[in-house]
Design a binder for this molecule. Structure first.
Ligand code: GUN
Length: 294
């Protein structure tokens, strides 16, 4: 039997409408309109497209969107000065500095300058530490989205064998922490893992975040398992155009898994939806209000 296809687009739309309802409540009851500042340096076309989508989603949710466009030649000092200004601006509750940054800028220094309570990307080491300590934290948006998708299949992840492929600070490591917080039994695998297919076959929940097109084959998947594919890889298509594929060989996996995310239309739309969630959470925390229902 073919796997259930997890419709990330529809689930993301649902999350965004819940965020919009929460924003309406905060604005009318508390006079609080969450605001997200997005900083883009340079003119990388992919970054421009992401930043445009983020601003559109922010406005659609009823929040304030502040766009900062800086030239490719921007200095580290100028970027740091902008981040410091945004840290103290009372109408800004979330700050996102779009990556990659121009080569003369040390991205880690800029990310470390963001006030952790406004760090809606969840990339600041203080948020990573809070998350790992089981404290309230702003967690990175992509793994947050993966948890929401997994919970549409298993309302409780407690006791599940979860295997994460990839150990990046942006996806793999926070993914493992969020799964641990959900009481899953978590294995993180990486390029030095021995016999990766055998480790993956243990998984009730397999999360692939390696950035290698179709690396995970059908026979790596336990029959009936849930597969969350974080990969977005552009490969040459048969018609001369390029096409997007995930880290999982979808055509093989779909006949073995119990549920699987497609690429595109799986994890991708959840990332921006969770950015909206983090912005509302940050605004509530800064205003001293209880955590929102999303
Ligand atoms: N560049 C690509 N994805 C992201 C993201 O999620 N956050 C930031 N800040 N930059 C990115």
């Amino acid at each position: 039997m073919a796997a259930r296809i997890i419709d990330g687009k529809a689930i993301a739309a649902d999350v965004r409408s819940k965020v919009a309802a929460e924003v309406k409540r905060l604005t009318t009851r508390h006079g609080l309109t969450p605001g997200l500042a997005v900083v883009l340096a340079g003119n990388n076309p992919a970054s421009e497209s992401y930043v445009g989508s983020k601003a559109k989603a922010t406005k659609e949710a009823g929040m304030n969107s502040f766009d900062y466009r800086l030239p490719d030649s921007v200095s580290q000092a100028e970027l740091l000065a902008l981040v410091k200004k945004l840290n103290t601006d009372p109408v800004v509750h979330g700050i996102l500095v779009q990556l990659p940054l121009p080569k003369q800028v040390d991205a880690q220094i800029v990310l470390d300058a963001i006030d952790p309570v406004k760090d809606v990307d969840g990339f600041h080491p203080v948020n990573a530490g809070w998350l790992a300590s089981g404290l309230p934290a702003l967690a990175p948006c992509t793994p947050l989205g993966c948890i929401i998708l997994a919970k549409t299949v298993y309302p409780s992840l407690a006791g599940l064998e979860a295997v994460v492929i990839g150990r990046s600070n942006i996806v793999g490591k926070p993914m493992a922490q969020l799964l641990l917080a959900e009481n899953a039994t978590v294995t993180i695998t990486h390029s030095k893992t021995r016999d990766l297919p055998t480790v993956c076959r243990r998984a009730d929940l397999l999360v692939a975040a390696v950035g290698r097109p179709e690396m995970v084959r059908g026979d790596w998947i336990k029959p009936g398992a849930t597969v969350i594919d974080v990969g977005i890889n552009r490969v040459p298509g048969t018609d001369g155009k390029s096409r997007l594929v995930g880290d999982v060989a979808f055509a093989e996996a779909v006949s073995i898994a119990g549920a699987i995310t497609p690429v595109p239309g799986g994890v991708g739309p959840m990332t921006i939806a969770c950015l909206m969630v983090n912005t509302v959470r940050a605004a509530c925390a800064i205003a001293g209000l209880p955590a929102p229902s999303v």
